[in-house]
Design a protein around this ligand. Sequence first.
Ligand code: SAM
Length: 194
Amino acid sequence: MSLQEALERRAGRVAALREACAPIFGRSKSVTLEIGCGKGHYLSSYAARFPEETCVGIDLISKRVEDGRRRAKNRNAGNAFFVKAEAMEFLEAMPAGARLEKIFIFFPDPWPKEKHHKRRLIRGEFLDYIRQFCSVGCKMYFRTDHAEYFEWAKAEIAKNSSWELSEETELPHEEVSQFQRILPVFSTLVAVAS
Ligand SMILES: C[S@@+](CC[C@H](N)C(=O)[O-])C[C@H]1O[C@@H](n2cnc3c(N)ncnc32)[C@H](O)[C@@H]1O
């Protein structure tokens, strides 16, 4: 596939996402977003506890997104929406004026080899890009079992002028995600959009 074709396909995906997500942002322009939500264990539980918030979980894998929808339905969390989307494409598809109030990123792929660090979700380019969609004070909650990725992410946030590391390490809600169940030793950090 040529670069031109790849860019056209990406633009097509973003346009389709924009259309698919219009009803979500029609409900509220301020959303709580979980990136890499897996099977929706956390977000469906969070949304059931905070019914006043509009919660969106995104993941690359269709089956996981379907599981998230099923979990939200079982919990009567009509304020939880699960969408198959890549993170940067989802952000690009957000309508003008839409804002992220909270961001959850739990147990993202650590890409342990140094040559793959550029694939890590939490990195300077991502922090700068997502900040454009955040209200001041938006909190990003990051949890991983991977000690080296944790320290790396902390350093990336510390050197980024758009985000501040908080002393806080608590989540607003606890629910064991699929990966947390198998990786019970982990660290959590909170970054605040400044
Ligand atoms: C290791 S799993 C963790 C799932 C869940 N957060 C948990 O704690 O059980 C990472 C998830 O992130 C998704 N993912 C990876 N990169 C992504 C991206 N750029 N945008 C959206 N989802 C992504 C993967 O498909 C996978 O389901």
